[in-house]
Write a protein that binds this ligand. Structure first.
Ligand code: MLC
Ligand code: AMP
Length: 498
């Protein structure tokens, strides 16, 4: 193949008059129109000086042109680097600088702020949104074909930034092979075909919405109802015309909160898939009682794409994330990477074509998480039963998952510790009915000092995306510690988790 990613996902759609995107606000985009738009964008991006291997950082609202930009990057061999739209200018500066992006594509509404970010690291700046922008202007009128740039399956296709326990985000480098192999496996396992219509209400700057949902539908050749964000009314409106949905657990609890969501409404649906955060067994049971469908839960992460899935035809076990995917090796291991007997709890490690190529410019971080035999240490604690089903029982890493977004407490603690009057801080996840968990910050004032909480919140607001910001604060005299002096987060969660 000339360019495996483009040739697998996009090239087969040229000339096809079938619907790729249903736009809830009205209209459709056919497969052929999408591929032609991607070619136009590839010309525009090249016109801005981007070459194969360059990073294209993209922080724009979910819209068809943003998806076409992913295809354009694949076609021209550039590395697609999508970013959460909630990130602040401070966060973006790090991503653009660290990745050495050649181009930053941002929302026109934040043009001044983002242009400054781009200028500071020598990136070109362009705008894009559903209402247009300088990149779409540059693409309009371009040739609708583009000569695909040759790539190898081991070439990098995308960077996704993921935070870490040190508080410093790392660019996970994903190769063409990582993306193709995983999407091909999932398409077959979940039996997606060109007859499917997927309800797509996830963001497209993360693995779930982009590499699971979109790549699977591209391989299957089906259609997506391309919703800007989760909107229960819109989901309910489209459900009778759709066949499948992928979502984080919050999607399912919100649907269950709506009395219109029932067996009749879901009669045309063949599959509901959940992932990115634990789905409560109670939700699974309530969902089946209401609709007759058993949610299919799967487990993955940015660095590995998907690792396990409950079966399509076999038993979907509530509370488990199912079996290792056919081409993914999985072991539950002790701290030295030695596989434990079935039934014992340890760290989940995985190996396969799905596992990423490492963290950008951080070989030492990559080495810390990769065993010599190629297994990646996920940091999730799991147990595997005799039949092979995996249950995620906790996390070895200090991580909060809120509505499917990852929040690393260290990143918050670094900001909190730097505030006037704060001696130290600890951030823990506390249960939240809608989002699963949310962060709570516990602050210890400096001796004789007062903590001005309003000032702290304002500083946090400048530094960190809204979804990461603590929902609650507590001020205490000291943090609980063990005899080694380590902060006891379990004790904090027990005290404040309510
Ligand atoms: C929004 N807010 C959140 C939040 N999402 N706060 C905490 N956690 C979240 N996930 C805040 C906003 O800042 C805002 O705050 C308020 O909630 C309302 O914003 P909104 O945009 O209207 O929220 P809503 O549409 O309700 O979004 C909730 C959500 C969304 C759960 C639907 O976050 C979502 O789509 N999550 C999916 C994330 C995802 O795709 N994860 C996959 C990662 S990949 P305020 O105070 O201003 O009102 C991965 C690998 C794998 O993990 O296995 O898949
Ligand atoms: P991310 O870094 O955003 O890719 O998040 C990956 C993390 O989400 C994993 O390491 C798990 O901790 C968690 N995760 C993903 N899917 C599931 C699931 N089905 N059940 C429990 N945790 C999950």
């Amino acid at each position: 193949m000339n360019n495996p990613l483009y040739d697998t996902m996009f090239a087969p759609h040229a000339g096809k008059d079938t619907v790729f995107l249903h736009l809830p606000e009205g209209g459709v985009i056919t497969h052929d129109a999408f591929v032609r738009r991607a070619a136009q964008l590839a010309h525009a991006v090249r016109g801005m000086g981007v070459k194969a291997g360059d990073r294209v950082a993209v922080q724009v609202e979910k819209c068809p042109d943003m998806l076409a930009l992913y295809a354009a990057c694949a076609q021209m061999g550039a590395i697609f680097l999508p970013l959460n739209t909630a990130y602040t200018g401070a966060e973006l500066s790090y991503f653009v600088g660290d990745s050495g992006a050649a181009l930053l594509v941002g929302d026109p509404a934040r043009e001044d702020e983002l242009r400054t970010v781009a200028d500071a690291s020598g990136a070109v700046f362009a705008t894009l949104s559903s209402a247009g922008g300088s990149l779409s202007d540059a693409a309009d009128g371009q040739d609708e074909t583009f000569e695909t740039v040759a790539r190898d399956e081991d070439d990098l296709a995308a960077f996704l930034y993921t935070s870490g326990t040190t508080g410093r985000s790392k660019g996970a480098m994903l190769t063409q092979k990582n993306l193709i192999s995983n999407a091909a496996t999932l398409t077959e396992l979940w039996r997606f075909t060109s007859d499917d219509v997927l309800l797509h209400a996830l963001p497209i700057f993360h693995t779930h919405g982009l590499f699971v949902a979109t790549n699977v539908m591209l391989i299957a050749g089906g259609a997506m109802v391309f919703m800007p964000k989760l909107d229960v009314d819109q989901l309910i409106d489209w459900m009778p015309r759709a066949t499948a949905m992928m979502g984080v657990p919050t999607f399912y609890t919100r649907l269950l909160d709506d009395a219109r969501f029932d067996r009749d409404l879901t009669a045309n649906m063949r599959l509901f898939i959940s992932g990115s955060a634990p789905l409560l067994a109670d939700t699974h049971v309530a969902f089946e009682a209401r609709t007759g469908h058993r949610i299919l839960e799967r487990y993955g992460m940015t660095e590995t794409n998907m690792n396990t899935s409950n079966p399509y035809a076999g038993e979907r076990r509530a509370g488990t994330v199912g079996l290792p995917l056919p081409d993914v090796e999985l072991r539950v291991a002790d701290a030295d990477g030695v596989e434990l007997p079935r039934g014992e709890t340890g760290v989940v490690e995985v190996r396969g074509d799905n596992v990423f190529a490492g963290y950008w410019n951080m070989p030492e971080k990559t080495a810390e998480e990769m065993r010599e035999d190629g297994f990646f240490i996920t940091g999730d604690l799991g147990v595997q039963d005799e039949a092979g089903y995996v249950t995620i029982v906790g996390r070895g890493k200090d991580l909060i998952i809120s509505g499917g977004y990852n929040i690393y407490p260290k990143e918050l603690e670094l900001v909190l510790d730097a505030q006037d009057g704060v001696m130290e801080s600890a951030v823990v996840g506390i249960p939240h009915a809608d989002l699963g968990e949310v962060p709570l910050a516990v602050l210890v004032p400096q001796a004789g000092a007062q903590v001005d909480l309003d000032a702290v919140k304002a500083a946090v607001g400048m530094a960190l995306a809204r979804f990461k910001q603590p929902r609650e604060y507590r001020i205490v005299e000291e943090l609980p510690r063990n005899t080694m002096g380590k902060v006891q987060k379990v004790a904090l969660r027990a005290e404040y988790g309510g």
